[in-house]
Design a protein around this ligand. Structure first.
Ligand code: GLN
Length: 478
């Protein structure tokens, strides 16, 4: 168990010092999964054969004293909306229950090239739609800190696997907060890079202009390393940025004296629980002691971000999910009399309630009579939100806020009210609307010992500064 509790950086050291073999590390991880995952529900499936084969390759390299690629030998959980040829890719939907991808997502390919033993496919909210991981078609995920609480969503399986030592690191996807929120609820680090930094090729699309893949890890250095392993231009993704990726590891441990940090006023106001506010305030004090300059800033349009998001995201989802029609992928209804019935029954039986709700909302927002009133307005407002952020970023280097106004809530407690569930993402969604990099890092616990996360948002392309800011906080709070 001591071995599994180590960070990826420490595990890599242990591998290089031959204190442990990659095969042992992977086998220990599978033991932990076998012992615990019945309770947690973090995995939809395991990729044992691939993981063991990869670990053996790593051990051979170590034996020959060959250079080890980044993250080689480190057990990783892959969110089950990223294609991987050696397994099913289900997006936690009945409609893809038996789907096996004929190709690897670009991130999967990069992990394979780096000899990362992917141990399994992590559970999620169906098609990444949700904030609590209660929308999986197969099973819910439970929070490892308290099994009666949600782990956050939609990358709940990716976060819980790392928090429960069923993987050392993992990948998630973030459309409106799906990496940062579960990281916050599960007490680990989660990072959404700038839109376009990491290829979306082979990621099952939810809302293409918002989706971004990113890493989870127990420490900031782990997420910096994993980010470097997956970032970069990819000609297979037309929105991938054709820019060199700055090596964030070079400045990670530099100090933050003089760093200008803006505290988002609207996200420290009413609605934030006392415990969350206390932890955030403690982080602010810590930053002051580290020599940062703290300034309160206001983002008046932030209150519209959820409204904008649920038009834009559902519109894009309604289009992206049109491809699941019983012809090309996955599930097909058993008893259709004609083609139209085959389409409608397949979709009615294959999609869960939340996914249907989103498709209906999005189809409505895009319909000819309402397009101007909803979709176009939302896109115009999205631009104004970006202007708001651009203005604020003239004076500060990074922005901070609680990742979520509350800590993890009880399973079932927000299911009856979709709006209450949507409001969970008030702090995270705007970073997706504007494409900015943002992360969540642990900053304390509430009175029930549930973790609190601090969000750090950076300027577009400035991953290095937020990671450095997070690293400094992590070291100071140790
Ligand atoms: N909770 C948000 C939603 O339900 C965000 C999901 C995500 O980031 N994938 O859409």
């Amino acid at each position: 168990m001591e071995l599994l509790k180590k960070t990826a950086v420490e595990q890599r050291k242990a591998l290089l010092n031959k204190e442990v073999s990659a095969l042992e590390l992977v086998e220990e991880t599978f033991k932990q999964i076998e012992n615990l995952d019945d309770k947690i529900g973090a995995y939809n499936s395991l990729t044992k054969e691939y993981a063991i084969e990869t670990a053996k390759k790593v051990d051979e390299k170590i034996a020959k004293n060959e250079e080890l690629p980044l993250m080689a030998g480190i057990p990783l959980a892959l969110k089950d909306n990223m294609n991987m040829t050696d397994s099913k890719t289900t997006a936690s939907s009945k409609i893809l229950e038996n789907f096996v991808s004929p190709f690897d997502a670009t991130v999967t390919k990069k992990l394979k090239e780096n000899l990362v033993p992917i141990v399994g496919k992590a559970n999620l909210d169906e098609f990444a739609m949700g904030s609590s991981n209660e929308n999986s078609a197969f099973k819910i995920v439970r929070n490892p800190h308290n099994l009666n609480k949600v782990p956050g969503g939609s990358s709940g399986g990716s976060a819980a696997s790392v928090a429960a030592y069923e993987a050392t690191v993992s990948l998630g996807s973030d459309t409106g907060g799906s990496i940062r929120l579960p990281a916050s609820f599960c007490g680990i680090n989660g990072f959404k890079p700038t839109y376009g930094r990491v290829s979306r090729y082979g990621l099952i699309a939810f809302a293409s202009s918002l989706d971004q893949i990113g890493p989870f890890g127990r420490c900031v250095e782990d997420i910096a390393d994993l980010y470097m392993a997956i970032a970069g231009h990819d000609e297979k993704d037309s929105t991938s940025l054709n820019l060199e990726v700055e090596d964030v590891r070079k400045t990670l441990k530099d100090d933050i004296k003089g760093l200008k940090i803006g505290v988002i006023k609207e996200l420290m106001a009413e609605g934030v629980s006392d415990d969350v506010r206390k932890s955030a305030e403690n982080s602010i004090e810590t930053y002051k002691k580290l020599g940062a300059q703290i300034k309160e800033v206001s983002l008046p349009l932030l209150k519209y971000s959820i409204g904008i998001y649920y038009i834009v995201a559902t519109a894009e989802a309604s289009s992206n999910l049109a491809r699941f029609d019983g012809v090309k992928y996955g599930y097909r209804t058993k008893d259709a009399q004609n083609l139209l019935e085959m389409y409608t029954k397949t979709r009615a039986e294959g999609f869960g309630d939340e996914v249907k709700r989103r498709i209906m909302l999005g189809t409505y927002a895009l319909s000819s009579g309402y397009y101007d009133a909803y979709y176009k307005k939302a896109q115009q407002l999205r631009r104004l939100v970006k202007n708001d952020f651009d203005n604020v970023f003239k004076d500060v280097d990074v922005l901070i806020s609680p990742t979520c106004p509350t800590t993890a809530f009880d399973i079932g407690s927000r299911n009856e009210d979709p709006l209450a569930m949507y409001l969970t993402d008030i702090a995270t969604i705007s970073a997706n609307l504007i494409g900015a990099p943002a992360l969540s890092t642990p900053c304390g616990f509430d009175s029930e010992k549930m973790p609190v996360g601090l969000q750090i948002i950076g300027k577009n392309l400035d991953e290095a500064t937020i990671l450095r800011a997070a690293y400094n906080l992590e070291q100071a709070l140790k």
